[in-house]
Design a protein around this ligand. Structure first.
Ligand code: SF4
Length: 229
């Protein structure tokens, strides 16, 4: 199956509903700095909490300069609700300071520049490129890594290896769609535990399903339906 067809099938199965936290923040604030901060907030945090915290924070501090001068406990209070909020408050302020002092208040538009910021790893940097600037990159989080391996698109052990392989597999003009589509698909259908293979359009292609794991899941689902009927 062509990788672009896989993306299309995933999108069709989602029915057009919902959006990731980063899409939501970008849609509302249209600001790469907000996307960068939201990506930091999103680590180990549900999407709804990430977007709520980002909107509260940016309702009070709008620019890197304002956040660089912010009181850490006030920032922590605004983002309370996301995981590790105290550490993240410190990290966000440090990022804002670095952007203010070394980049003239502008978020770097390239991977190397982003990776030099404190607390910014490869996934966060790629998210800023895709969601903040609309540039071609493939951010690999746990959803992308898990689903790409389950499908058999890649056979990799680390997100970094997955990123390299997916960049070879997908045509460049599809890169910006990969993260958003895989994340939504991972939240609704190919869940970390108990993937909903019975409602997935990719069973004919998926290695995980074909080798039995997914079929057992479907069997369990059928037994569950019988029990309830
Ligand atoms: S068949 Fe199951 S494991 Fe494979 S992609 Fe679909 S939901 Fe995920």
């Amino acid at each position: 199956m062509d990788p672009v067809e896989i993306l299309r099938a995933m999108k069709a199965s989602l029915g057009g509903g919902g959006e990731t936290a980063l899409s939501a923040v970008e849609g509302k604030l249209k600001d790469p700095f907000a996307v960068l901060v939201a990506t930091v907030l999103s680590h180990r945090t549900r999407d709804e909490r990430t977007s709520e915290a980002a909107m509260r924070l940016f309702g009070r501090f709008r620019t890197p300069q304002e956040l660089a001068a912010a009181d850490e406990s006030e920032v922590a209070g605004l983002i309370r609700g996301v995981g590790f909020y105290r550490n993240k408050a410190r990290a966000i302020i440090n990022i804002a300071k670095e952007i203010t002092t070394k980049h003239g208040g502008e978020v770097p538009r390239d991977l190397e520049g982003l990776l030099e910021l404190p607390s910014v790893g490869r996934k966060t940097a790629n998210c800023v490129l895709v969601y903040g600037f609309g540039l071609e990159a493939i951010p690999v989080d746990t959803h992308v890594h898990r689903i790409a391996n389950r499908l058999g698109l890649v056979a990799t052990r680390t997100p970094g290896e997955t990123e390299s392989r997916l960049m070879e597999i997908f045509p460049r003009n599809a890169w910006t769609e990969v993260n958003d589509t895989f994340v939504m698909f991972g939240k609704k259908i190919c869940k970390p535990i108990g993937p909903r293979c019975w409602s997935c359009p990719l069973t004919g292609f998926c290695m995980y399903y074909k080798t039995g794991s997914g079929r057992r899941t479907q069997g369990e689902r059928e037994r569950e339906v019988k029990r309830k009927s």
